[in-house]
Design a protein around this ligand. Structure first.
Ligand code: NDP
Length: 299
């Protein structure tokens, strides 16, 4: 396949899905000088990219047929399949990079589907917001078929430089992503809960914000220490331990209960911490919980 591979030395790229992220990806490829074909279920979203030089087609199969490299980025992998199933004949022998966020299991299922249909598959996880694509802050992780990553590294580097390859397991990029989303969403839930509790006590969000940012600056060294403890399998407490965390969570629950604020997330945290204390880990560093929560040893 050569006619649809490159134009003037630049890889032809097809981008399927033009939500905010798909638009950003296609825009970065255009900025990088790549002949870019776009398709979206709602066709009008292609207009702005066509104005910038992209081609568009009526169907996904027609879009796929225009490039050796096909990048898809839509809501979830169910949407990916609904777009690609009718285009599977056109995809055979091409390289598919799926930058849609979904679970590690679904990523592996997508890879098996691609293998079954003769498609070279690379999965990806985008860790930064759409406006960062093509800029110095963009972070995109990849896993799956190494040959695809190596062949397309110059093109993928247009999106994020460096492009990060995590190995042959197609679920590995998604595994990083779901773990990081776990951190992000539980942190966001904690943030809005903290503002609600402060507000109930007459403290405005603006008054709390500078101190909330102070909490955030504590986290990077805690992340490093926790990771080191987990990788060593050793949880000696230097500063604070599981027992003191249990007491601290209790104070927050008491304060929230006074105002009738939902404490379900805090109660879940308390239950995990209490369980650790009951199992004899009260004097350990909080990193111990990472081992206790894992269903099987990760290493
Ligand atoms: P969305 O996650 O809202 O996805 C919108 C895209 O999915 C549109 O192209 C939409 O088509 C398409 N779509 C949804 N359902 C279907 C379906 N059943 N059949 C066909 N197409 C469908 O927007 P984003 O572009 O923001 O995100 C795309 C992916 O990128 C997601 O997995 C997201 O988690 C991930 N991501 C996004 C980030 C961001 O900053 N936006 C950051 C990091 C990751 P239509 O226009 O016709 O509705």
């Amino acid at each position: 396949m050569t006619d649809d591979a490159t134009t003037g030395g630049r890889e032809n790229v097809t981008v399927l899905g033009l939500g905010p992220m798909g638009q950003a990806l296609a825009g970065a490829f255009l900025d990088g000088g790549h002949p870019t074909t776009v398709w979206n279920r709602t066709a009008a979203k292609a207009d702005v990219l066509v104005d910038r030089g992209a081609a568009t087609t009526r169907t996904p199969a027609e879009a796929v047929a225009r490039s050796r490299l096909v990048v898809i980025c839509v809501l979830d992998d169910a949407a990916v399949r609904s777009i690609l199933d009718p285009a599977v004949g056109a995809l055979r022998g091409r390289m598919l990079v799926n930058l849609t966020a979904d679970s590690p299991t679904r990523a592996r299922e997508m890879a098996a589907w691609a293998e079954h249909n003769g498609i070279d598959y690379l999965d990806g996880a985008i860790l930064t917001p759409a406006p960062t694509m093509g800029g110095p802050d963009a972070v995109v992780l990849y896993s799956g078929r190494r040959a695809v990553f190596e062949a397309q590294l110059p093109t993928l580097s247009v999106l994020s430089d460096p492009a990060v390859y995590l190995g042959d397991d197609p679920g590995r990029a998604a595994a990083h992503e779901v773990a990081l989303l776990d951190l992000f969403w539980t942190s966001m839930t904690a943030l809005v809960h903290a503002f609600a509790l402060a507000s109930a006590e007459g403290v405005t969000a603006g008054e709390l914000a500078p101190f909330a940012k102070g909490i955030a600056t504590l986290l990077p060294p805690i992340i490093d220490d926790t990771a080191a403890n987990l990788d060593r399998g050793e949880h000696t407490a230097d500063v604070s331990n599981v027992r003191s965390a249990a007491a601290g969570i209790e104070h927050v629950i008491d304060a929230a209960d006074v105002h009738g604020i939902d404490t379900s997330v805090l109660r879940a945290a308390r239950s995990i911490v209490r369980g650790a204390v009951e199992d004899g880990h009260g004097d350990d560093d909080l990193s111990r919980l990472g081992d206790l929560l894992a269903p099987v040893p990760a290493r």
